[in-house]
Design a protein around this ligand. Sequence first.
Ligand SMILES: *[C@@H]1O[C@H](CO)[C@@H](O)[C@H](O)[C@H]1NC(C)=O
Ligand SMILES: *[C@@H]1O[C@H](CO)[C@@H](O)[C@H](O)[C@H]1NC(C)=O
Ligand SMILES: *[C@@H]1O[C@H](CO)[C@@H](O)[C@H](O)[C@H]1NC(C)=O
Ligand SMILES: *[C@@H]1O[C@H](CO)[C@@H](O)[C@H](O)[C@H]1NC(C)=O
Ligand SMILES: *[C@@H]1O[C@H](CO)[C@@H](O)[C@H](O)[C@H]1NC(C)=O
Ligand SMILES: *[C@@H]1O[C@H](CO)[C@@H](O)[C@H](O)[C@H]1NC(C)=O
Ligand SMILES: *[C@@H]1O[C@H](CO)[C@@H](O)[C@H](O)[C@H]1NC(C)=O
Ligand SMILES: *[C@@H]1O[C@H](CO)[C@@H](O)[C@H](O)[C@H]1NC(C)=O
Ligand SMILES: *[C@@H]1O[C@H](CO)[C@@H](O)[C@H](O)[C@H]1NC(C)=O
Ligand SMILES: *[C@@H]1O[C@H](CO)[C@@H](O)[C@H](O)[C@H]1NC(C)=O
Ligand SMILES: *[C@@H]1O[C@H](CO)[C@@H](O)[C@H](O)[C@H]1NC(C)=O
Ligand SMILES: *[C@@H]1O[C@H](CO)[C@@H](O)[C@H](O)[C@H]1NC(C)=O
Ligand SMILES: [Cu+2]
Length: 779
Amino acid sequence: MLAPLLAIGLGASSAFAAGAAGAEGHKGGSFEDGGDTLVSGMMLMLGNDEKVYILDKSEGNAAQVNGHAAWGSVYDIATRTATTLEVITNPFCSSGMHMPNGSYITFGGNSAVGPGANPGDVGNGLFDTTYQDYAGQQAVRILNPLTCTGDDAATSDDCQWFDNSTVARLQAMRWYSTAEPMGDGTVAVIGGFSNGGYINRNYPENPDPVWQGGASQPTYEFWPSRGQPVLMQFLVDAGGLNSYPHTFLMASGKALLQANVSTMLWDPVSGDEIPLPPMPDNIVRVYPASGAVAMLPLTPANNYSQTVLFCGGSDMPDDAWGNYSWPFINTWDYPASAKCHQLEPEPQDGSAPAYVDDDPMPEGRTMGQFILLPNGQMLVVNGGLNGTAGYSTQTLLTTSYSDMPFGMSLAAGPVGTPAIYTPGAPAGQRWSNAGFDTSDIPRLYHSSALLLPDASVLIAGSNPNVDVNTSTFFPTTYKAEIWYPPYFSAPTRPVPSGVPKTISYGGDSFDITIPASSYSGSANDAADNTTVMLMRPGFTTHAMNMGQRALQLNNTYTVNQDGSYILHVAQAPPNANLFQPGPALFFVNVNGIPSNGTMLIVGNGQVGTQPTADVAQLPPSVRLDSAKGTGSGSSNSNSSSSGNNTANSASSSHTGAIVGGIVAAIALVGILGAVFGICISRRKRAASQLTPGAAYPMGAASGVGGVGGAVPSRGGIRNSDSSAFVPLQQDNSSSAWDPNASNVNLHSPYRDDIRGGNSGEFDPYYQNAPRMSTNAARY
Ligand SMILES: *[C@@H]1O[C@H](CO)[C@@H](O)[C@H](O)[C@H]1NC(C)=O
Ligand SMILES: *[C@@H]1O[C@H](CO)[C@@H](O)[C@H](O)[C@H]1NC(C)=O
Ligand SMILES: *[C@@H]1O[C@H](CO)[C@@H](O)[C@H](O)[C@H]1NC(C)=O
Ligand SMILES: *[C@@H]1O[C@H](CO)[C@@H](O)[C@H](O)[C@H]1NC(C)=O
Ligand SMILES: *[C@@H]1O[C@H](CO)[C@@H](O)[C@H](O)[C@H]1NC(C)=O
Ligand SMILES: *[C@@H]1O[C@H](CO)[C@@H](O)[C@H](O)[C@H]1NC(C)=O
Ligand SMILES: *[C@@H]1O[C@H](CO)[C@@H](O)[C@H](O)[C@H]1NC(C)=O
Ligand SMILES: *[C@@H]1O[C@H](CO)[C@@H](O)[C@H](O)[C@H]1NC(C)=O
Ligand SMILES: *[C@@H]1O[C@H](CO)[C@@H](O)[C@H](O)[C@H]1NC(C)=O
Ligand SMILES: *[C@@H]1O[C@H](CO)[C@@H](O)[C@H](O)[C@H]1NC(C)=O
Ligand SMILES: *[C@@H]1O[C@H](CO)[C@@H](O)[C@H](O)[C@H]1NC(C)=O
Ligand SMILES: *[C@@H]1O[C@H](CO)[C@@H](O)[C@H](O)[C@H]1NC(C)=O
Ligand SMILES: [Cu+2]
């Protein structure tokens, strides 16, 4: 009885048409000005209920921090204003992930760059005296944002990025890597480039298909480190289309990986790679095709089965993808795919995994991005009708920058109208954009989107340019928007009380209360149509939200005489692979209308095997026919009329108190001492890192510039002369550092590349890193 009802509630589209302004004065389906992010919003993550953290690449933004251009900021959701933050290393096209305790880490990036993305002028890419950024290819940047509310978020020493590669760094250079959390809260950091380019292949000549002459990083490693990187054959086989691989941890502990048109299950423990069927129709969904890809919400109704939805991307023929230097066609004339495919990698019925055609999107999109909404629907936003991600000053066919019709953009036709997918809706009816406004802000390469705690969506960025350019076709964009899904037209939103501070894997259920003011009509109907959702917005960049996941908690209910009802809510299922430990937003939906989300911690707040317990039996549901809601039932009502209901309800402001609660809850599981100890030392380090100087040893040399998401054709060391590529094959100066140069492993050539004159003492990685020749046998 319960399961079908839950299914209805979860997939249900909102009963409220987009268009009317709802209880909070926002019109469903509309965009509002989100203010100025100060740095272009290439990467976003939600730090707590109040703040979004923003990272850009190191570039010439007007906004300053510590006397140089800023590329990091913190954004206050309530006031829609940002404040710059210091970020030491260049986080260009890094990956990022939460940790079990609510911290966030970003991994890798690019070399230091100066104006025009030329390699940093100190140590050939170690540091730049103009932009004052340090090399970021091996960076591990840690932020502890949970308690960073109010002004603290910008000013407190505890709320600064910890970014010191002498202390914490990746084993290998990576940008365009993917981060995926494991069930124990550790993070797999997978693949990427060691240096920048359009795609990760040399072509038509390709003497080194594994390492692509040092550009490709077809390996994985873990954070915290489990040792040297390990080669992943799947990434080798994916050739040039192997960066930012789509990765989703599955119930079994294996992870789905998808890149190029290949698919596999990867066992992170054994390293086994189990091939799955290829993507149908030759459609590429990874960068730079950049499809919208997300896991459907996990629900009790489907026994938490895991299905991944792939939409859009590009089916350009193999030759068209060109090579590291540029695409071989004029991509902006090549329509992106509108098609969608579902894959259940581990079918619960034991059948063989197979891609299944799904309803196509309303239009083709490259760089479309899925945002899981708390009511179980999936938004797609951003992107373009034609072309691909990346930027370039030329293609094989258009050889002059001045002839490029959209400046450096390799995409055209921005799609300003979002669309919503409803899982489980009848085939042919899964997509809708009825009544949605269209934004006139192009959101192409390096744009981003993120679910906010009030269930709206922050949209930011777009910058298909090598450095800041505010006067080109698709300019560097600082203006954010907030998009309001149709449920914002609802006259009443639920306001649950008793939301916990932590969720465990199995164990006793807990109760939360929905007041009568949260809905209208029959209490039985409302209670039947109520769902409880854990939402993880993820770390967004490049049309991906790494770690994004939605899990519905099982529940029963008891309806009270006064129209309120108690939800008896199960903990998360006792398998941390379904929803990895760490921060999440807790929402309640009544008739498809979400409450505000409250941040809490899932799991015990620590890295390690998560405690699990049996699933406790939920009390049976108790109905009461006479009970009714008192919330407004008319979508024409305004905010002041529903405002009267707030007296009954939990506070909607859940910042300091809840965050404090989370910290306390973590302390309860026994790590308070550790937290404080680390905080104090962090603070000291954060303070000392605020004044970077050229003498600060950081980073590894980037011998070939490492500029650009595509081709750094202008001024960079790596320019339109592709001979600048493959440095180790051409530049035996690396042997100066390696007595055994013939054994140099090409997978990290830049570490030893002294072209441009950086020296050993400037490169801590050189001192500390195991010699490449010593671990060559691993490969
Ligand atoms: C890319 O292809 C072009 C045209 O064939 C060629 O000139 C260039 O060397 C190639 N670049 C790489 C990195 O293979
Ligand atoms: C995609 O993978 C196939 C099969 O490995 C390979 O032949 C092709 O060149 C790859 N495409 C690109 C653009 O690298
Ligand atoms: C959800 O709870 C109901 C009621 O206790 C139970 O019958 C059902 O098996 C549960 N579903 C899952 C997936 O645990
Ligand atoms: C639901 O999933 C659990 C855990 O994977 C499994 O043990 C159980 O058999 C499944 N139940 C059904 C009805 O498929
Ligand atoms: C900005 O883009 C335009 C058009 O592509 C170009 O002409 C101009 O030189 C660019 N400006 C900068 C500062 O790069
Ligand atoms: C997209 O490509 C198609 C096919 O080449 C072309 O007709 C159309 O004009 C392009 N759209 C834009 C916005 O460039
Ligand atoms: C549940 O809510 C959805 C969304 O408002 C609505 O379409 C549906 O009819 C409701 N179902 C029931 C059983 O009331
Ligand atoms: C909004 O509510 C106020 C107070 O209840 C009422 O005076 C006003 O007429 C309402 N406005 C609309 C547009 O319904
Ligand atoms: C608010 O609601 C209470 C209880 O439902 C009612 O007595 C009171 O008159 C309402 N106030 C306003 C201003 O509507
Ligand atoms: C949700 O949060 C927003 C922003 O804090 C607040 O204005 C609004 O009243 C809250 N709404 C509910 C239903 O709690
Ligand atoms: C949270 O955990 C991460 C990874 O274990 C650690 O680096 C960070 O310092 C921790 N944060 C706090 C506040 O202890
Ligand atoms: C980075 O860490 C090292 C080792 O603890 C320390 O010597 C150095 O001063 C730190 N750098 C900064 C800028 O804090
Ligand atoms: Cu990029």
